[in-house]
Design a protein around this ligand. Structure first.
Ligand SMILES: [Zn+2]
Length: 394
């Protein structure tokens, strides 16, 4: 399927990337490594932007569409390396698998993209119409889609391929994600005389009950929209002998296609108004959580935590082209949807760029102890990316 020399090459690239630790916000060293990999693999050029994303490019001999391959280069941390049976940064190969933090999520995919694009350019002698980009993106793990905005602004891709694990199947959508904060305010009092205060937790519980009964929308492919309480805290904390005057609740909201920031928050705000009518002491606010992260370049990224859903149809031409090219390779992909949130939230959800997901390995290997990737999957993905280049630039 893939010549032996090319197989060895993608394995080597993957091992090299695993050996460089790159936790979110600390991706500087792996970016240095990628500079030399882009050079070795014959990319025409690369640049690093303010956030520290690195993007390499190979241009065909004729102008045409731009295809961007997106892989995040940050990984979650290794909480306790003594629980691993191998060195999480060793890139060791055992029984046909490469081990290490980020192998499945998602340095394996990145290696396959780098090699797949390079193989395509070499094989075609750059006799193709268009431009190919591979992006190593920072800060995906807790802030998906935000760093990608810088990349799409500059590259202006016609198509994006997300490399998150899909077991080499095609993904054509995902639910989005938002984090909603609800705060209720009361009045402190000694708990020996609670009638003198207003208990913010009791007030919150009224709202919690109503939110729980809210009806959520449904999408045949993506499933139900979700609004789930994920944490609650009161103040003062820990409390003793005092009626809490503040309560803060976090909701995880899973979004369906077309749900906007305003629409999603409105029913919660309406419930607050409804309760206020019956209870003049009720005082609450609801808003989106704001994330702020520091990049290794010193730049800050911050925004509200709202990452829209996206979905394409199996009948869309670009989906069909990719599908049949993978099928011709004998990969037999099935077409489904990601169950988690990816950088596709930006490309497809915010920017409306035609996006598919295709990546090696299984999503349930991400973030695990003894994370690994099967070499077989890595190779399948490498030829898969090569054929996607051909399919999209046809
Ligand atoms: Zn990932």
């Amino acid at each position: 399927m893939l010549p032996k020399e090319n197989q060895e090459n993608v394995i080597k690239v993957c091992q090299e990337l695993i050996k460089v630790k790159s936790y979110s916000g600390k991706e500087g060293q792996v970016v240095e490594k990628l500079k030399s990999i882009f050079n070795d693999l014959g990319f025409d050029s690369f640049y690093v932007d303010e956030y520290g994303n690195i993007v390499g490019c190979i241009k065909g001999n004729k102008p045409g569409k731009r295809v961007l391959f997106d892989a995040h280069i940050d990984t979650v941390e290794v909480a306790d390396s003594s629980k691993w049976t191998v060195d999480p940064f060793g890139g060791e190969i055992i029984d046909g698998k490469i081990y290490g933090r980020g192998t499945s999520d998602m340095k394996g995919a990145l290696s396959a993209m780098l090699c797949g694009v390079s193989n395509f350019a070499k094989r075609s002698n750059k006799e193709f119409e268009g431009e190919l980009y591979v992006a190593g993106v920072v800060h995906e793990e807790c802030f998906e889609g935000v760093a990608s905005r810088k990349i799409s602004e500059r590259v202006k891709p016609d198509y994006v391929v997300i490399g998150e694990a899909s077991e080499c199947s095609l993904k054509i959508g995902q639910r989005g994600r938002a984090e909603i904060i609800v705060e209720t305010y009361g009045k402190p009092a000694h708990s020996a005389n609670p009638q003198k205060g207003i208990n913010a937790v009791y007030k919150a519980s009224k709202l919690i009950d109503k939110i729980r009964k809210m009806e959520m929308s449904y999408d045949e492919e993506l499933g139900h929209g979700i609004l789930e309480l994920v944490d609650i805290k009161s103040s003062p904390y820990p409390g003793a002998s005092v009626v809490p005057d503040y309560c803060r609740i976090t909701y995880d909201r899973r979004l369906l296609v077309g749900e906007t920031k305003e629409e999603v928050l409105k029913p919660v705000l309406d419930l607050i108004e409804e309760i206020k009518k019956d209870d003049p002491e009720f005082n609450a606010k609801a808003f989106y959580a704001r994330g702020e992260e520091k990049c290794y370049t010193g730049e800050k990224i911050s925004d509200e935590r709202f990452f829209p859903a996206w979905k394409y149809s199996r009948e869309d031409d670009f989906v069909k082209e990719c599908y049949s090219s993978l099928k011709e390779l004998g990969l037999n992909p099935i077409i489904t949807y990601y169950s988690f949130c990816t950088n596709g939230s930006h490309y497809a959800g915010e920017a409306g760029i035609k996006t598919i997901g295709f990546g090696p390995s299984r999503e349930n290997l991400a973030h695990t102890i003894d994370e690994h990737i099967e070499i077989h999957e890595l190779i399948k993905a490498t030829v898969g990316y090569e054929s996607i280049c051909e399919a999209l630039l046809k």
